[in-house]
Design a protein around this ligand. Structure first.
Ligand SMILES: [Zn+2]
Length: 506
């Protein structure tokens, strides 16, 4: 029964997603964008998979990264896209991204997942390439996941000529009769690769490639090559995954237009940072500033310590959930550590024993509202009731009333601040564990960003987060005393007051 319900739900999502993508296809295909998707893995896909969120540093030659995130009780989206500081181009990119987001929201706003970890998550990520002085190319990865599993995925390539601010299609790059010779080159690419042999026996590839090239080719231009991307439901069977053909420019020269592009020759690709990028181009975005680079082993003298170690606060949202929270509690216990759990009312009701165990261990229970609504979009009455209900539930179950509130999604504005009488706790290190669902990515992020006085954000409803804690809690506990948020601020001599936000102690 359960399996069947899950299967139905999954089918439902797949149908919805197919619908969204179909709509998007028609709205942007006129220019030459989008296509379709699904999941599976395979070697050719791995390279592209790495361009998605698992990769720590995607290639981003150009543009300034923009981010938008929204967490509601119905859905979550987290998108990144570049702005090139070229008005028309930026407008075009923003519109394309907005279309995708709006369709996603439209399709999920009525959605009522039973648990927060069942919310569909839309992610848009990108890589950007400066193929030549004049050619900018962006590869977007759009995925929709539910419970950490991708249910839809597609790659969309867009290229622009900077001087004209126009989109660049294959007809701009290649000579008039390019479809036939280019399909020959692509066919040769695939027939040489072993992994395609089985599939190529049964299909005649060339006419399909010709169709694809005239209809909706996805491609991205880099300094070294032109990458063609075959999304799901295009030419190849879905079980072999999303396929790419990477063709170096020197193999394409015979069919390229002489005027528009003279990409850098492949032998110039040596990682000389100044080559190829013209000076007036914006520099690749730098990493977000790290909260604090002080080596934890040598805390400055004014830094509070406990047991000779500087302090750090781990926080876990959206729980409790017995299966994963209990594992985290055991790890904390074994490492003489404490954490703060920002719980939502219904989860607390569902797992009262887990909640009580956390309290008995000296962990702090914070309030993450009743329904995980974006507070900035609620009336003051709703804000208050969302917080009060959860305070009440925690008090009834565990005998303590949460002192701190963490607004869902970190969404705070002046109304939230003036309405709520409890301190509002944000974070300084965002592991994005809910998005990656990848223990190693969570571990890496914490290793890179942990520092005294920081507040680290995780979510205890995911088994992958508990997996990360297996490694990271013992490791952190050697260098830091892991304390609750209230203890952290108290040690720093900061008194926390109602309606103010706190993201780190300093
Ligand atoms: Zn949350």
């Amino acid at each position: 029964m359960k399996n069947r319900a899950e299967k139905n739900k999954k089918n439902f999502f797949i149908r919805i997603i197919t619908l969204i993508l179909a709509i998007i296809l028609f709205s942007i295909a006129s220019c030459m964008a989008v296509v379709l998707h699904q999941r599976t893995r395979e070697q050719s896909d791995l390279q592209l998979k790495n361009t998605a969120y698992h990769k720590v540093d995607p290639q981003r030659d150009i543009g300034e990264k923009q981010e938008k995130t929204e967490c509601t009780s119905h859905y979550v989206y987290d998108i990144q896209y570049p702005q090139l500081n070229q008005e028309e181009i930026d407008q075009d990119i923003a519109t394309m991204v907005d279309d995708i987001v709006n369709h996603f929201i439209e399709n999920h706003k009525q959605n009522k997942p039973k648990n927060l970890d069942e919310r569909p998550v839309l992610s848009i990520d990108y890589e950007s390439y400066q193929a030549t002085d004049q050619l900018a190319s962006i590869l977007f990865t759009t995925t929709v996941s539910v419970k950490g599993e991708e249910i839809a995925k597609q790659y969309t390539g867009v290229s622009y000529q900077i001087s004209t601010k126009q989109k660049v299609g294959l007809t701009d790059i290649f000579q008039n009769q390019f479809v036939d010779p280019l399909s020959t080159k692509l066919e040769r690419y695939f027939t040489r690769k072993n992994q395609y042999q089985n599939y190529l026996k049964d299909i005649s590839l060339k006419p399909q490639l010709q169709n694809w090239l005239t209809e909706s080719p996805q491609f991205v231009l880099t300094k070294e090559n032109c990458k063609f991307i075959f999304n799901y439901n295009t030419i190849f069977p879905n079980e072999i995954g999303i396929c790419t053909a990477v063709i170096p420019w020197n193999e394409l020269q015979d069919i390229m237009k002489p005027g528009l592009t003279t990409p850098t020759q492949p032998d110039q690709k040596e990682e000389n940072p100044s080559s190829g990028t013209s000076p007036e181009q914006p520099q690749p975005p730098t990493e977000a500033p790290k909260p604090d680079d002080t080596p934890p082993s040598q805390p400055p003298s004014n830094q509070p310590t406990k047991n000779g170690k500087p302090l750090l606060a781990l926080t876990f949202d959206d729980g409790p959930k017995a299966s994963s929270t209990e594992r985290i509690l055991t790890l904390l216990e074994q490492n003489n550590a404490k954490a703060t759990f920002f719980v939502v009312g219904p989860q607390a009701k569902q797992y009262p024993d887990t909640l009580r165990r956390a309290v008995n261990m000296g962990c702090e229970i914070g309030n993450h509202t009743m329904d995980h609504l974006t507070l900035t979009k609620q009336t003051p009455e709703v804000m208050i009731s969302q917080v009060d209900q959860t305070n009440q539930i925690v008090k009834e179950i565990a005998g303590v009333s949460p002192r701190l509130v963490r607004p869902p999604g970190g969404a705070v504005n002046d109304t939230v601040k003036s309405t709520l009488s409890q301190p509002l706790v944000l974070w300084s290190v965002d592991t994005r564990d809910w998005k990656t669902r990848n223990a190693q990515a969570t571990i890496d992020h914490i290793r890179k960003n942990a520092a005294p006085g920081q507040i680290i954000l995780m979510h205890d409803i995911y088994s992958t987060t508990a997996d990360a804690c297996d490694t990271i809690i013992p490791e952190l506990a050697k260098q830091y005393q892991l304390v609750t948020v209230s203890e952290l601020f108290e040690a720093y001599g900061i008194s926390m007051t109602g309606g103010k936000t706190y993201s780190q102690a300093e």
